[in-house]
Design a protein around this ligand. Sequence first.
Ligand SMILES: *Cc1c(COP(=O)(O)O)cnc(C)c1O
Length: 407
Amino acid sequence: MNRKVHTPYYLIFEDRLRSNGRILHDVEVRSGAKILLAEKAYSIYQTYAIISEYLSGTTSSGLFEAKLAHEEFGREKEIHVFEPAFDSDEMQELCQISDHLYFNSLNQLEYHRGVWLEEKRQREAADRTDLHIALRLNPELSTQEDHAIYDPCAPGSRLGIREVTLREYASKNLEQGQILPAGVDGLHMHTLCEQGFDDLQKTWRAFEEHFADYLRLPQITWVNLGGGHHITREGYDVDGLVKLLRQIHDTYQVQVYLEPGEAVVLNAGELVTRVMDIVDTEVYPVLILDTSAACHMPDVLEMPYTPPLREGIAVDQGREVDSSEDGRYIYRLSSRTCLSGDVIGDYAFDHELKIGDELHFEDMALYTIVKNNTFNGMPLPSIVLEHENNELEILREFSYDNFKARL
Ligand SMILES: *Cc1c(COP(=O)(O)O)cnc(C)c1O
C-alpha cells in the first residue's frame, strides 16, 4: 500500500500481537491452563487468525461476539459466553455455537435450563463435545482502589453469585443432597482490571475461602479465573502465575482457564491523529486534533486516564508548569467535537507543534475500537494493520453511510 492513510486511524502492529501471543501461549504450555481472548476488549476479527495461532479460544459477551468468534476465530477453538442476563430469543442459537456458557445467577441458570439442557442432550445423542455450564461467583474481595467502575466486587455489585446465596441453595436442597444445581460443571470469577499476580493470588485465596468445598465437588471439572491479568506487561510475575495455575489444577483436578482481553493486545496499537488548529487560551495553547476522547478513546474520560503519546510526555494534572520551563512546549490536546470537556490531556513537547503535525497515542488497540461512536457526527477512524514486514494494510475505512446506518 503506497497511499498515505487519512487520519485519524488506528494502527495495529502484527509483531506486537505476536509477541503478546507468544507470552500467553508460553503460559498455556507451562501451566496446562487455556487462555481465551476476551472479545469485549478487542474485536478486530481481521486479525483473529494471528491471535488464534496462540490462544485456545474466545470469551464473548453475548450472541454478537460469539457469532463473530464462530465465524472468524477458527472452528476448532472454544467459544465461552458470559452475560449478566441472556435473552430468551437468543438462547438457542447461542447454545448451538458455544462450548461454555456462564450464568450470573441461579435464576438465569434455571430460567434457561430447558434450552441448554436440550442442547446437551442432543450433543450427547450425536456424540458431539458437550456444552459446559458454569456459574459466575463473587469472592467479595476488592483489590482495586483506583477504578471502582471496573470493580465487580464493589458493594452492591450485580456480578457473580455470593457465597451466602449458594449456601442458601444448598440448605434448601439438602434432602436431595444437592449442593450445586445439576448440569453445572464449571465455576467462574472475574474481579481484576490491569492487575499484577499478587492481586490474583489474594483473590484466589478469597475464592478458596468462600468456595473450596464447591471446587472439590466431583461435578466441577473446570474453573475460569476471568480477565484483568496484566500478563504481557513488563515485570508481571509470569512464573508465579504458572505455579498458581498448576497448583489449582493439581489441588482440585480441574482444567483452568484465563480470559484476558487487555493483555492480548497490550501496546499493540496506536491512534494516529493530526493537528487541525491551535487555539490560544489563558492556560495552555490547545491543539484541536482530528480525533476525540469521547468518540475514539472513551476510557480516557470514563476511567479517567491520560494516554501515553509517542511525541510528548503527559504533564501532571493540577501541577503548575511554566510552558517555557526547560525549553518545553506544553499543549492541551483536545478534539474536534463541540464537547468542551473532550480533552485528552496536557502534554509537554521538546519542540513547537504546528498545524498538520501527526501525533500517535499509544496503547490504543484495547477498549477503543469496540467502544467507538459517531457522537457529534464524528467520522470513525480507519483501521490499519502494520504487518511484520512493515507493510500497511487498510482493514477498514468508514464513511457517511456508517454514520447514517446507525440512526
Ligand atoms: C472484561 C472482562 C474480561 C477481560 O478483562 P481485561 O481487563 O480486558 O483482561 C474477562 N472476563 C470478563 C467476564 C469480563 O467482563
